[in-house]
Design a protein around this ligand. Structure first.
Ligand SMILES: *[C@@H]1O[C@H](CO)[C@@H](O)[C@H](O)[C@H]1NC(C)=O
Ligand SMILES: *[C@@H]1O[C@H](CO)[C@@H](O)[C@H](O)[C@H]1NC(C)=O
Ligand SMILES: *[C@@H]1O[C@H](CO)[C@@H](O)[C@H](O)[C@H]1NC(C)=O
Ligand SMILES: *[C@@H]1O[C@H](CO)[C@@H](O)[C@H](O)[C@H]1NC(C)=O
Ligand SMILES: *[C@@H]1O[C@H](CO)[C@@H](O)[C@H](O)[C@H]1NC(C)=O
Ligand SMILES: *[C@@H]1O[C@H](CO)[C@@H](O)[C@H](O)[C@H]1NC(C)=O
Ligand SMILES: *[C@@H]1O[C@H](CO)[C@@H](O)[C@H](O)[C@H]1NC(C)=O
Ligand SMILES: *[C@@H]1O[C@H](CO)[C@@H](O)[C@H](O)[C@H]1NC(C)=O
Ligand SMILES: *[C@@H]1O[C@H](CO)[C@@H](O)[C@H](O)[C@H]1NC(C)=O
Ligand SMILES: *[C@@H]1O[C@H](CO)[C@@H](O)[C@H](O)[C@H]1NC(C)=O
Ligand SMILES: *[C@@H]1O[C@H](CO)[C@@H](O)[C@H](O)[C@H]1NC(C)=O
Ligand SMILES: *[C@@H]1O[C@H](CO)[C@@H](O)[C@H](O)[C@H]1NC(C)=O
Length: 756
């Protein structure tokens, strides 16, 4: 979140600069009447040579032809002299387009453009050191080298650019460092300095250098691994500084004294995640120009100071992940009442706020984001929250709030976009006819009380992309409109309710990526799934019919369908799911033998399957040990127990399934010896062969495994083994890989015919 906001500010400032530059130029030419000459031929050849060194796969510089280089894209010449004064080759966007970036070499032919005032190479991909010769373009006032994957040392030659006003070297995309920044002190005209993500970890005395720049308005040194923050700055030159960005450094010191509290003209201060501890300092109250204050993710302790009341310009306050550990009512009292109508963001999750929200209204008439999630708030949500009509995001999840929320709390919140109330004891009671004014994109009500009737107002939420109404006491039929209203939702979670109904006859029209319908009473067959679906859990329902012959979702990664009444054979279509990593179809009524994808190479790719966790337990499957498993080299967890598999254990288990940690074959009809090859699997921690017809002796190599627990023909041991939480059908999705023991090994061989 922080980075996005930062870059928005940067863009805004960039635009400001451009507008200023443009208007001065227009004024100049309005007085005079020069005709634009085509570009100077030496400069043209400099540009041609420069271009020849670049790689430009997207042909962004296709307009660089013809005699008049002043007409080329990104090249701007002076109206007066015809000289190239601007070169703007910034990429089309740092984060959304890799294809259109420039790369290759930056030719020193650029030195032919001695009148250049403005150079923007940002958002490209050079993967080079910053060329030293750039320090000889003495007329530069503006240089932006940000996010272009520059690497290595920042050349001190840049200190020769004494006319520079704007300098950005933001290396968020890149990897640069400097071990000596004294050269910076020569850039005395600098107004904007951005060295975000430039590694400055070895520089102790960075502040005196920066203090030589008396015109600095904007200073960004976030993520620089700075380690020192002096207590004070006796003769501060930084009187023009408005924006100070120092997040994610390693100051590791008390919050006060600190030099930056003396910068009372600051409008924006970000000192988040910088290892500050101690109290929220009183000095905050001196910073009366403050518009945006970010002290989040430090170890500040206690209530904010009463001096906060002076911050009459405050619009955004970020304090998350600090230990305020006090009453929310008192906190609201200390917010500056003179800025109540200006405050837009209050970001306070993980601050140990306690008590109930005040019952007397706090008229934060401009508030758009209120995040109080993950605190210890109690009591009901007061009605005045419903008067915050500018609210876009309301996060209250993971508190101990209770009481009832009704239309009165919500009906005036037209702008609301995100509502999260999960993990509270809140009941939402609205009339079935209520049509909300808002169009939410995110709605999270996990473990609130919505039921027993299905919430009809969801019908009108057609712009959702994330919906969580799990464990909300709904005991009702799934309405038909549900599938239409949620057709564009990416994440749907309705688990742990008593929702009845059937899945639609096809789900192809849905945009879902992850869907969790588990632990409900959904019946009927499994339809063709949403094309982009990657995770599906419909375990613990009443699904019937066979597995689909065409799943539709070719990128499916997890498919969890245990404890239903799915019948029929296992279809080939499962092997077409090349990305499938977790498949649990245990506890169904599947019959027949597991097909061998090797038999049907035209429809399946037999070279490899991605499967890591496979459970077929508690079905009526038969046939020999499934031979398709030979293409499952990543398999970690395999459970075939309680079926009718028979035959001998193949020797290839030891050769092909080398990652196997958990193998349960209990209660089948396997016979023959334990193959010695099985013991080559060094990762194997759990082996359960009980209730088969295995003969022979246990290979001595098993017995020698360090930490292996051997369980004899003794039913008490059964409970013991399952007491470790290994019963796969009882596990949550994420627990599969963890359900193998770390460090100890077990073998269970009960009721076989094994001799020692
Ligand atoms: C020259 O000045 C005119 C009039 O202000 C303006 O429209 C034009 O864009 C300028 N050309 C360049 C190359 O700056
Ligand atoms: C100014 O420019 C205009 C348009 O290019 C031209 O017609 C006019 O003669 C010029 N005036 C002078 C004094 O050069
Ligand atoms: C950049 O320069 C290096 C070394 O001079 C050369 O090997 C490479 O081909 C050049 N790259 C481009 C895109 O011209
Ligand atoms: C540019 O800066 C470097 C390093 O700071 C210095 O050694 C060099 O003399 C300067 N070059 C010129 C031409 O001023
Ligand atoms: C303030 O900046 C000027 C110009 O760079 C410099 O000469 C002076 O030494 C600076 N003052 C301090 C206290 O660093
Ligand atoms: C800043 O605040 C502190 C403590 O509240 C106070 O002692 C000090 O005089 C203030 N400094 C300025 C410059 O206002
Ligand atoms: C909240 O308080 C608990 C102890 O009561 C503490 O362990 C935890 O770190 C505090 N949270 C924060 C964000 O400081
Ligand atoms: C309220 O916020 C908007 C931006 O959302 C801003 O333009 C407006 O000036 C703010 N109102 C006040 C009184 O600060
Ligand atoms: C919500 O969406 C509906 C349908 O798209 C639209 O008619 C209505 O104006 C939207 N409401 C708001 C507050 O944006
Ligand atoms: C399992 O399937 C068989 C037929 O294949 C059927 O007779 C039986 O009733 C099914 N059992 C359940 C629990 O659905
Ligand atoms: C089969 O899968 C492998 C590895 O995932 C892949 O390289 C190959 O192109 C696939 N072949 C076919 C026919 O899909
Ligand atoms: C167990 O195996 C033995 C010999 O391999 C065979 O005679 C016997 O019938 C098998 N018992 C069962 C229950 O399959």
């Amino acid at each position: 979140m922080g980075t996005i906001q930062l870059s928005c500010i940067q863009i805004a400032i960039g635009l400001l600069f451009l507008t200023q530059a443009k208007s001065t130029k227009e004024e100049t030419s309005a007085h005079r009447n020069y005709t634009i000459t085509s570009c100077i031929s030496d400069e043209r050849s400099a540009l041609v040579t420069f271009r020849a060194g670049l790689s430009d796969t997207a042909n962004r510089l296709s307009s660089w032809k013809g005699g008049d280089c002043c007409q080329w894209k990104g090249v701007h010449c002076s109206n007066i002299t015809g000289r190239v004064i601007r070169l703007d080759l910034h990429g089309p966007g740092c984060h959304n387009s890799i294809v259109q970036v420039l790369g290759g070499n930056i030719s020193s032919s650029l030195l032919g453009l001695q009148h250049l005032q403005y150079l923007d190479l940002s958002c490209n991909r050079f993967e080079l050191q910053i060329p030293e010769f750039l320090g000889s373009l003495y007329n530069l006032k503006y240089i932006d080298l940000s996010n272009s994957y520059f690497v290595g040392r920042v050349p001190p030659q840049l200190g020769n650019l004494s006319n520079l006003r704007y300098f950005s070297l933001d290396s968020t995309l890149g990897d640069t460092y400097s071990r000596d920044i004294t050269w910076l002190s020569r850039l005395t005209s600098l107004q904007h300095l951005d060295m975000t993500f430039v590694n400055l970890s070895t520089i102790a005395h960075w502040l005196p250098v920066v203090n030589m720049l008396p015109f600095l308005k904007i200073l960004r040194l976030g993520y620089c691994d700075l380690t020192s923050s002096p207590d004070s700055l006796q003769f501060s030159n930084l009187t023009s500084l408005e924006i100070l960005d120092l997040p994610a450094n390693d100051f590791l010191k008390r919050s006060t004294p600190n030099w930056f509290w003396g910068l009372t003209r600051l409008k924006y201060l970000d000192i988040s995640a910088s290892g500050l501890h101690g109290p929220f300092p009183d000095e905050i109250g001196n910073m009366t120009s403050m518009v945006r204050l970010d002290l989040s993710s430090n170890d500040l302790v206690g209530m904010v100071p009463t001096s906060m009341k002076n911050l009459c310009n405050l619009e955004e306050l970020f304090l998350f992940e600090n230990n305020i550990n006090g009453c929310i009512a008192e906190f609201f009292q200390r917010l500056p009442s003179c800025s109540w109508n200006k405050l837009q963001t209050l970001d306070l999750p993980f601050t140990n706020l306690t008590g109930s929200l005040p019952t007397t209204p706090v008229p934060l008439s401009n508030l758009t984001i209120l995040d109080l999630s993950c605190n210890k708030l109690t009591g009901p949500l007061p009605l005045w929250i419903g008067e915050l009509t500018k609210l876009k995001s309301l996060y209250l999840g993971s508190n101990n709030l209770d009481g009832v929320i009704h239309e009165g709390h919500l009906s005036r919140l037209d702008m609301l976009d995100v509502l999260t109330l999960s993990d509270n004891s809140i009941a939402i009671v609205v009339s079935p006819a209520w049509v909300p004014a808002f169009n939410l994109t995110t709605l999270e009500l996990r473990s609130c009380q919505l039921g027993a009737k299905f919430p009809m107002w969801l019908r009108w939420q057609r712009q959702l992309y994330s919906l969580d109404i799990s464990n909300t006491s709904i005991s009702d039929m799934l309405p038909d409109w549900f599938w239409v209203s949620t057709s564009s939702v990416f994440y749907i979670n309705i688990r742990d309710n008593k929702i009845r109904g059937v899945l639609p006859s096809t789900m192809e029209f849905m945009r879902g990526i992850a869907m969790d319908f588990s632990s409900n009473q959904i019946t009927g067959p499994i339809p063709k799934l949403p094309t982009n679906l990657s995770n599906l859990d419909i375990s613990r329902n009443n699904l019937v019919g066979p597995l689909p012959l065409d799943f539709g979702a070719s990128g499916l990664q997890t498919l969890v369908l245990f404890d239903n009444c799915i019948s029929g054979n296992i279809p080939y279509s499962l092997f077409k799911l090349q990305s499938l990593s977790l498949l649990d179809i245990s506890g169904n009524n599947l019959t027949g033998s597991v097909p061998d994808c090797l038999d049907n190479e035209s429809t399946t790719n037999t070279t490899s399957l991605s499967i890591r966790n496979l459970s077929l337990r508690n079905n009526h499957l038969s046939g020999e040990f499934p031979s398709f498993l030979q293409s499952c080299n990543l398999l970690i967890f395999l459970d075939l127990s309680n079926n009718h598999f028979f035959g001998t254990l193949p020797t290839w288990i030891g050769q092909k399934l080398t990652s196997l940690a958990f193998l349960r074959l209990r209660s089948n009809m396997f016979y023959g010896h334990i193959p010695v090859e099985l013991m080559k699997i060094s990762n194997l921690q759990y082996l359960d062969l009980a209730y088969n017809n295995i003969t022979g002796s246990i290979p001595t190599s098993i017995v020698n495994f360090k930490g292996m627990i051997l369980m004899g023909d003794d039913d008490a041991g059964y409970e013991e083994a399952f007491g470790h939480g290994l019963a796969i059908g009882d596990n949550e999705l994420v627990d599969y890989s963890e359900s193998t023991h770390k460090g100890s090994r077990e073998i269970i061989y009960r009721r076989n015919h094994i001799l020692w």
